[in-house]
Design a protein. Structure first.
Length: 183
């Protein structure tokens, strides 16, 4: 797959370290220092488990993740982030509904704006990459470039991407217009 790099950790490392926590710590460091740790990476996606990209297989692979992150007995909010590349057979709503149905509600609740936990479902061809992460929205959907920007630069980048940014050399609407010269 073009423009994707996968880094695999040995089983010994995975048993000791939480991959999602390591990625979150790196993103927080990039946010705090406004410096990325990679020149070419755009987005960093931790993967806790993988499976075939089918709804039944995804549900089966999610069981241990849900047990690990949602069985604490306390109320948590959650969202499900679904992305797919080079796969037209898997439908977004079908996967989201299947996973959401596995999470006990209540005490857990859906919150798409600022969830405590986000279940990331990344489909790449015939493989589903799954993980549960914290602060997904606060860390700009794990977009390394956006996280490392200042808040002002991030807002400008979002406005430019949406086509709402003023053209170079033009004034913003809230700036005062120069006073006209009297005749």
């Amino acid at each position: 797959m073009r423009a994707c790099t996968f880094v695999r950790a040995s089983k010994e490392v995975v048993d000791v370290a939480d991959v999602a926590a390591l990625v979150k710590a790196d993103l927080e460091r990039a946010r705090d220092t406004n410096v990325t740790f990679s020149r070419h990476a755009m987005r960093v996606v931790p993967v806790e488990t993988t499976c075939f990209a089918g709804v039944d297989e995804i549900k089966e692979a999610c069981k241990p993740l849900i047990e690990k992150h949602f069985k604490s007995g306390r109320e948590q909010t959650f969202a499900i982030a679904f992305e797919r590349r080079s796969n037209n057979t898997l439908h977004r709503t079908e996967v989201i509904e299947a996973i959401a149905g596995m999470i006990e509600q209540p005490p857990n609740k859906v919150n798409l704006g600022d969830p405590d936990l986000t279940i990331m479902v990344e489909i790449v061809k015939g493989v589903a990459c799954l993980s549960v992460v914290q602060d997904y929205e606060k860390l700009c959907k794990y977009n390394l470039r956006m996280v490392a920007m200042t808040k002002e630069d991030r807002e400008h980048a979002k406005a430019t991407a949406n086509g709402n940014a003023p053209a170079p050399g033009t004034k913003k609407n809230d700036e005062e217009k120069p006073a006209e010269a009297a005749d």
